[in-house]
Design a protein around this ligand. Structure first.
Ligand SMILES: Cc1cc2nc3c(=O)[nH]c(=O)nc-3n(C[C@H](O)[C@H](O)[C@H](O)COP(=O)(O)O)c2cc1C
Length: 214
């Protein structure tokens, strides 16, 4: 069963869900599998499909990932790039950023309690290639977004996260990843509280659109 959303409604209301993740309601593995089946329809270079999906539901494993994430979040929160500190010179945008920062801080505390943590990976069989990695990550990240869209369509909330990558080797140890398998994201997944989601404020298209040349 999916929600009655038009394609544009789905695409414009798949938000980073953090505080509204329902930590108390179990998520059936079958529902996660459905979302992943959708994700596997995404494109990949040469159709190689070198992706792997770690779905973590075990409380001990989630707690271990939660501790890593908490420590990485603390480092990030103290950095200049912290979402809550960006665009301080533009009051309207700073207000949005403040909300993002507060919401991210909540997840920093609670990630290990989210019922399902999905870690999408790409297998290269060796170290990450030097040079432009767009081809590599382009063969994983569209599928991750498809997973998140499929989840939204099924009443699940998700948030794209990457802070754990600051401790990538430690996370690889927790998950038992073999050498040559690289993590692309960590996607907490849960049912959400409240009714629905709205499109978010974004910078106007004309500030980033270039016709024919820059
Ligand atoms: C590559 C990438 C990495 C991100 N990493 C994190 C993260 O580590 N933690 C987090 O809480 N949100 C993370 N986000 C979520 C962004 O903060 C979120 O997409 C952005 O604020 C827009 O949210 P909205 O669509 O709800 O407006 C990440 C998003 C992307 C695309």
């Amino acid at each position: 069963m999916t929600l009655p959303l038009t394609p544009d409604e789905l695409l414009t209301t798949t938000r980073a869900v953090r505080r509204r993740l329902d930590l108390t309601r179990p998520v059936p593995l079958e529902l996660v599998r459905e979302c992943l089946e959708v994700a596997l329809q995404a494109p990949s270079g040469s159709n190689a499909q070198t992706w792997h999906w770690l779905v973590v539901t075990d409380p001990g494993q989630r707690a271990a990932l939660g501790e890593v994430y908490r420590a990485q979040f603390a480092r990030y929160a103290g950095s200049r790039g912290f979402a809550g500190r960006l665009f301080a010179d533009r009051p309207e945008r700073a207000q949005v950023q403040q909300r993002v920062g507060d919401s991210a801080a909540w997840l920093g505390e609670h990630l290990g309690e989210v019922p399902v943590l999905v870690v999408p990976c790409v297998a290269t069989g060796g170290p990450l290639p030097a040079g432009n990695q767009a081809g590599l990550w382009g063969s994983l990240l569209p599928a991750v977004w498809s997973y998140m869209l499929a989840a939204r369509a099924r009443g699940l909330g998700t948030a794209w996260t990457s802070l754990h990558l600051g401790a990538e080797a430690e996370v690889a140890g927790i998950l038992g990843l073999p050498d040559g398998v690289h993590q692309g994201a960590l996607v907490p997944t849960a049912f959400y509280t409240g009714e629905t989601f709205q499109p978010a404020p974004r910078e106007p298209l004309d500030t980033v659109l270039h016709l024919d040349r820059w």
